[in-house]
Design a protein around this ligand. Sequence first.
Ligand SMILES: Cc1cc2nc3c(=O)[nH]c(=O)nc-3n(C[C@H](O)[C@H](O)[C@H](O)COP(=O)(O)O)c2cc1C
Length: 160
Amino acid sequence: MTEILVAYATKMGATKEIATRIRSASHEVTLQDAADVKTVQPYKAVVLGSALYAGRWRKEAVRLLTRNEKLLHSRPLWLFHSGPLGSEITPQPAPRKVREIAARLGAEEPFTFGGRLTRETATGFIARKMAQGPMAGDFRDWEEIDRWAYTIGQRLVAAR
Ligand SMILES: Cc1cc2nc3c(=O)[nH]c(=O)nc-3n(C[C@H](O)[C@H](O)[C@H](O)COP(=O)(O)O)c2cc1C
């Protein structure tokens, strides 16, 4: 049994790659699609990330939170989302439901990582159109992701 669950909700793969990178920070991590997580019961801590679409989280990530809220009261929880495109990546507000659950659990608001939207990875008409415009590109900052994962690791060690 591993200690930490890193779960993700993605449409075009960018958020899964961020979660995979976070996993590589520790051997004690299980990486799972949020849709496949039945319960967080086996884990001591949870990291959950979702892609942002029209200001919302993917429903499987929200569902993980709502279904496991009780168990999450006794487990450290870290949240992130992947979304903003362009040269200036600014922190994005979490959807209201996510914000409310995070507040009840005493978790910090989701950390914002830049997103990715490219012609190669875009799925769906709107995304493919957007991928031809000025928002196209990969704005994920891997060093920032590594730093965030490292910080979580440190805080988990400190909490032991
Ligand atoms: C139709 C559409 C809507 C989007 N809406 C948002 C948004 O509201 N906020 C945001 O920060 N990013 C938004 N994005 C950017 C995506 O969140 C970004 O490309 C993200 O990295 C995709 O993650 P995924 O590959 O894991 O699905 C949007 C992208 C598309 C195609």
